[in-house]
Design a protein around this ligand. Structure first.
Ligand code: NAD
Ligand code: 89Y
Length: 343
């Protein structure tokens, strides 16, 4: 099969990981890049040797014949860019958070369905190899039927220096980080029927909430707790590890700090190290996230080749995004929120 021709829109902080990822993946390459900031265009263009550079997305679509576009801008531009791709019948990857509102996200999915264009949300945490290892234990039936989960992300890592916009938005941790953790809960325990949420702002220098605690009922009958904090100083900073506890009818799974996986089943306990590999271009502590970028981008190339719907498609992500909206609604009202009302 001929190599897929992709373009990257948005050459900021995180896009560099995506560019490294594309360089590692057979079957696709980035032939053009776009950013409205000339400095970012030059930095990324020079670093990755991309000569075709555009300051404007419409000019990119006009000037290039593309098999896909990888949108790595922040949420306010996502809807316009995805709709532009759909109109031109160009399959699109869109970074999380999918959109500023659920209504925007729904419109983006609709536009792509109507134009027959594949759409994947770059919802990459579930693609981290330690998370995939947890899912594989569940799939092998080693702990029986899961009835409880705790998916936890607690840290005091300074995310604001690399991503200053995170300090200024009315919404912070649920929209930015919780979205991944809620998605992992769905990935491991299935879709959610009800969510109850509480939030707090501990760091008074930022505008949004930096702590969120959520309790969810899954359609499977399981219950989960998803807790996120960027206000938790710990002896050893765990960023960006997601810690997991799953209890099932026949055993338990614990993914502990340091990527230690403990599975207790009918035949005893097995402890293993599920540390993600440190890719040649990656740097600690981000290597966990960086590895998952390669995994999700490979999945995209496979899906375009086979015609399969991506696991983290736009349509699937509506259910994760609805959890974000529901969590904010529930935190404001202090009432449980039923997901059917939003989907
Ligand atoms: P950033 O602000 O550093 O980069 C965004 C870039 O997009 C900027 O260079 C900006 O000039 C450009 N841009 C914005 N609108 C544009 C438009 N309409 N046309 C062309 N260029 C445009 O942001 P970032 O920190 O790289 O984050 C980008 C996205 O990645 C965010 O949605 C963020 O949540 C997400 N992110 C994801 C992960 C992850 O693990 N999945 C980690 C960090 C950030
Ligand atoms: O933007 C966030 C993400 O998606 O992963 C971690 C992060 O960079 C900061 O919370």
């Amino acid at each position: 099969m001929a190599e897929l021709r992709g373009a990257l829109i948005g050459c900021g902080f995180f896009a560099v990981n995506q560019m490294h990822g594309w360089r590692d993946i057979a079957g696709a390459s980035i032939v053009a890049i776009c950013d409205r900031d000339p400095e970012r265009l030059q930095i990324v263009g020079d670093q990755f040797g991309i000569a075709k550079r555009y300051a404007d997305a419409a000019a990119l679509f006009e000037g290039e014949t593309l098999d896909f576009v990888d949108i790595a801008t922040t949420a306010p531009s996502h809807r316009a860019l995805v709709e532009m791709a759909a109109q031109r019948r160009v399959p699109a990857i869109c970074q999380k958070p999918f959109a500023p509102t659920l209504a925007d996200a729904r419109a983006m999915v609709k536009a792509c369905v109507e134009d027959g264009v594949p759409l994947m949300v770059h919802e990459n945490f579930r693609w981290q190899s330690p998370i995939q290892a947890v899912r594989a234990v569940i799939d092998r039936g080693e702990i029986g039927t899961p009835f409880f989960g705790r998916i936890s992300f607690r840290s005091a890592y300074d995310v604001f220096s690399g991503q200053p916009y995170l300090a200024t938005g009315r919404r912070f941790i649920i929209e930015d980080l919780g979205i991944h953790i809620l998605d992992i809960a769905r990935f491991l325990l299935g879709d959610v029927s009800t969510i109850t949420a509480r939030t707090a702002r501990i760091n008074q220098a930022i505008a949004g909430e930096d702590v969120a605690t959520m309790l969810m009922d899954h359609a499977s009958g399981a219950t989960s707790v998803v807790d996120c904090s960027y206000a938790s100083r710990l002896a050893t900073e765990p960023f960006p590890e997601t810690l997991i506890e799953i209890d099932g009818s026949d055993g338990t799974i614990r993914l502990a700090q340091g990527y230690q996986l403990t599975v207790t089943g009918m035949n005893g306990t097995v402890v293993s190290d599920v540390s993600p590999p440190l890719l040649p271009w990656a740097s600690r502590p981000w290597h966990n996230i960086q590895e998952s970028v390669v995994a999700i981008q490979k999945h995209w190339v496979d899906c375009l080749a086979t015609g399969n719907e991506p696991a983290t498609s736009g349509a699937d992500n509506l259910k994760t995004f609805a959890l974000v909206e529901a969590a904010y609604l529930g935190a404001a009202s202090h009432e449980p929120v039923h997901l059917d009302a939003l989907l």
